[in-house]
Design a protein around this ligand. Sequence first.
Ligand SMILES: CC(C)(COP(=O)(O)OP(=O)(O)OC[C@H]1O[C@@H](n2cnc3c(N)ncnc32)[C@H](O)[C@@H]1OP(=O)(O)O)[C@@H](O)C(=O)NCCC(=O)NCCS
Length: 145
Amino acid sequence: MVEIRSARFDDIAACATLADELIGPRRARPFTEAALDRRQLLVASDNGSLVGCLAYTTDWFNCTFVSLVVVKPDQRRKGIARELYRAVEAESTSPRLFSSTEETDAASIRMHSALGFTASGYVDNLPQGCRELLFYKRLDGGRHV
Ligand SMILES: CC(C)(COP(=O)(O)OP(=O)(O)OC[C@H]1O[C@@H](n2cnc3c(N)ncnc32)[C@H](O)[C@@H]1OP(=O)(O)O)[C@@H](O)C(=O)NCCC(=O)NCCS
């Protein structure tokens, strides 16, 4: 049974291992620690074992922006990312939810479409060497103001 909850300090090593795939070993730990300090790091835990994490920020043009989501490779296509996004949607005080991915990441692009995001432009000139695609989803109801 997968539980989605806020991260705790003792989740950081496992979150950094997951984040490593996306942002590399040098940035992974400080990135996840900063998200934990802001209380904007969610984890998916399967019987105590960390199988996914999602970091977000609320200081991006005054909107909620998902800055990282990773699911453990052998746990993919089980709806874990879907549940992590459901949790950030419930926590978001802004009705504007943004997320992004490299234009070469086909799985992530498919996931954003499946979760109801629409394309919302792109960012050029990043050090990663390809465009970062932006995605947007309007949230209604709940605590969104
Ligand atoms: C992208 C990623 C987070 C998806 O996580 P996941 O837990 O496997 O996603 P889910 O199981 O919740 O998928 C939800 C829906 O997205 C779509 N989807 C997800 N992965 C897909 C893939 N590889 N191919 C096609 N569609 C996919 C499907 O429609 C899926 O629903 P379905 O399985 O019922 O068909 C995961 O592949 C990952 O960690 N990738 C590496 C990191 C990354 O690219 N992060 C995104 C940029 S920050």
